[in-house]
Write a protein that binds this ligand. Sequence first.
Ligand SMILES: [Zn+2]
Length: 152
Amino acid sequence: MAHSTPEQDGPTRPDGTAYEVVKSEEQWKDELGSGAYYVLRQGGTEPAFVGEYTDTKTPGVYRCRACGAELFRSDAKFDSHCGWPSFFSPLAQDSVTYLEDSSLGYVRTEVRCSRCGGHLGHVFEGEGYPTPTDLRYCINSISVTLEPDPPE
Ligand SMILES: [Zn+2]
């Protein structure tokens, strides 16, 4: 056997390749604290309307809270009124990775950071939001950190 199971090796991408940033669960827990660890590493969801960035309009880049990868730009953020920060597209197509998630009994598309595999949220399509893509990347505030643009 060339490959051992993902459970033994830590998380891998859906195509079987390893994430660039790999740490032990203990290390993640230490660095992230229990709230961010629950969402980023255990696929949890923060409650609606309480996240730090739900209504934030500040121009800047949203980075992965776990590994610092650039994930979303503020100009793709829109008012979805769903209670979580919502973006109509990631910063680059390869900055996020998609996984099928049937944990609630129906299929949703989970969005993870391509660099460390951290759980970010889910993406929904065809909801009729007036955005260029008709996609809603529904992202947990606690999974990301906003780096405001430097003042001009
Ligand atoms: Zn990451």
